[in-house]
Design a protein around this ligand. Structure first.
Ligand SMILES: Nc1ncnc2c1ncn2[C@@H]1O[C@H](COP(=O)(O)OP(=O)(O)OP(=O)(O)O)[C@@H](O)[C@H]1O
Length: 505
């Protein structure tokens, strides 16, 4: 009955539109109706062509003007048929009164009305910036998984890029149809103002007054205190058009994997540039001779450019960890965030680029260094979250073949980002613990979409995301501009310098 009324309303609307157009046409062209129809036809073709071009060039503008009305039309038109075809329709509640009874002459008689199926009831429709959301009430016995299986069918029926299923509350599902791929056409970023205006820049921590009882890294200017919000960084966009936030308070350590040219460095560059503006210490470990991270040198507390320097940096960070744990113990705090602001140290993010360079070694000395690196990183992973030391580890793959301890380290890195990878096994290893669909999705990332990744965490939640690209020169300029925020870590920098000068560790 309801769908019948919708159809009648649609037909009446079309007739009304038609009569209006005819009225306008005859007003403009008098009785020359063939000319009027020709003009109308040409206009329609031009509008169609314009819409196609707009879709290519500016899908964000195309969607509300053209895409959404068409998708809504197809959704309404195909709803019943699609649900039936995809196995989501259920028998109508009142159509069950039928059965077989014995007839007068001994034969069987079928009694009752024929069995009718109805589509699940839609209870809401919203057009969003880049798609439409259809809320559906589940029929008794139906589960969201059935709708997830049908999502691809709906995407084709509605002529949209993809349909995702969400559960807004028990008994309902939301089918989110994305009108176009927001990762292929990300909305231009309106850059948030820098966290600090230049005039507000504090003196560097090493300029702060020395405190006798704590090392210099704890002697921070109280005017510029770190807060947990400083560890939440917007690095790109999610497929549902929300900002992709990396929150190191919620997931203290991250593993970032991807094949060569998949976008790992671009993501790391964005992260460093954003963190550079905040009261956060940055330590770089780039065993490829510092090729990737040296542009950020002025803002880094230390940069290790080979495995020997990495050992020194990691062991220096373990020293920092030790001192921070003593400070916490003295103040009865369980994490740095519970310390009084006057002694609370800044968090430190340790960026490890191409972790395999640290762990794969041929000779005995190299193997010993690799073992020290991995043991140190594991310890930083275990204790760092509470003491404000966070790991950002990237590499092309991260499997047990990297050596003893690799699996244990991976288990510490609860945040996962998997770009396009060379093989299914790498996707599986990076996204271990996440739903199987996330692994399949990672394998489908096209080669021409650098920066697209599956991001998930140990809660099982995952999203398709794309980093916001930032030119390395621009990122280095930002880091340079905020060089005064470089956190002085003598335990780390001293060790690295000693190795560099040939003093050994
Ligand atoms: N989010 C993005 N949007 C657009 N282009 C991107 C994005 N991420 C990466 N790219 C482009 O892809 C190319 C490779 O990116 P990147 O150097 O970050 O890959 P990588 O995985 O670090 O490669 P390698 O392992 O070889 O260093 C670069 O040209 C970069 O501009």
């Amino acid at each position: 009955m309801r769908s019948f009324l919708v159809k009648v309303a649609a037909v009446l609307a079309v007739l009304w539109l038609f009569s209006r157009v005819r009225g306008v046409m005859s007003g403009v062209f008098g009785s020359a109706t063939p000319v009027a129809w020709l003009v109308l036809l040409v206009t329609l073709v031009l509008v169609w062509q314009f819409s196609l071009r707009l879709r290519e060039a500016r899908p964000w503008s195309w969607w509300p003007a053209f895409g959404a009305p068409v998708a809504v039309f197809w959704m309404l038109r195909t709803w019943a048929a699609a649900c039936e075809e995809l196995g989501l329709s259920v028998p109508e509640a009142r159509s069950g009164r039928f059965g077989l009874i014995n007839g007068p002459a001994g034969g069987l008689v079928v009694k009752g009305s024929p069995l009718k199926v109805v589509a699940p009831r839609r209870v809401g429709l919203r057009v969003r910036d880049n798609g439409l959301e259809v809320r559906v009430r589940l029929a008794p016995g139906q589960t969201p998984v059935q709708f997830e299986r049908a999502a691809e069918g709906f995407a084709h029926a509605w002529r949209v890029h993809r349909v995702r299923v969400k559960i807004p509350r028990p008994g309902f599902v939301s089918l989110i149809g994305l009108g176009f791929d927001p990762l292929r056409h990300p909305k231009p970023r309106r850059d948030a103002p820098a966290v600090l205006a230049a005039a507000e820049m504090p003196a560097s921590p090493e300029d702060g007054q020395e405190r006798a009882e704590y090392p210099s890294e704890l002697a921070l200017p109280t005017s510029f205190e770190a807060t947990p919000e400083d560890l939440s960084v917007n690095v790109g966009i999610r497929e549902d058009s929300q900002a992709w936030l990396l929150d190191l308070m919620r997931r203290p350590h991250y593993l970032v994997c991807g094949a060569t040219r998949s976008g790992k460095s671009t993501l790391t560059v964005r992260l460093i540039a954003e963190l550079s503006k905040r009261p956060v210490g940055l330590v770089g470990i780039d065993a490829k001779n510092g090729m990737e991270l040296s542009p950020f040198g002025p803002r880094l507390s230390a940069l290790a450019v080979n495995r020997a320097e990495a050992v020194a940096a990691i062991e220096g960070l373990l020293g920092v960890l030790e001192l921070r744990s003593m400070t916490c113990r003295d103040h009865g705090a369980r994490s740095i965030w519970e310390l009084p602001a006057s002694v609370r140290p800044w968090p430190i993010v340790v960026v490890v680029d191409e972790v395999a360079e640290l762990m794969l070694a041929a000779d005995k000395a190299g193997k010993e260094e690799a073992a020290r690196c991995i043991q140190g990183l594991i310890r930083l992973g275990q204790l760092g979250a509470a003491l404000g030391i966070h790991l950002w580890v990237s590499g092309q793959r991260f499997g047990s073949d990297l050596g003893p301890g690799a699996t244990l380290l991976r288990a510490q890195l609860a945040g996962r980002v998997c770009h396009r990878v060379a093989d299914a096994e790498t996707a599986g290893m990076t996204l271990a613990g996440l739903p199987a669909e996330s692994v399949l999705e990672a394998q489908k990332i096209p080669a021409d979409l650098a920066g697209v990744a599956v991001a998930g965490d140990d809660s099982g939640a995952w999203h398709l995301v794309r980093s916001d690209p930032l030119d390395i020169t621009e990122a280095a300029a930002i880091a340079g501009q905020y060089a005064s925020l470089r956190l002085d870590l003598p335990e780390v920098e001293g060790g690295v310098q000693a190795v560099r000068m040939g003093g050994g560790w």
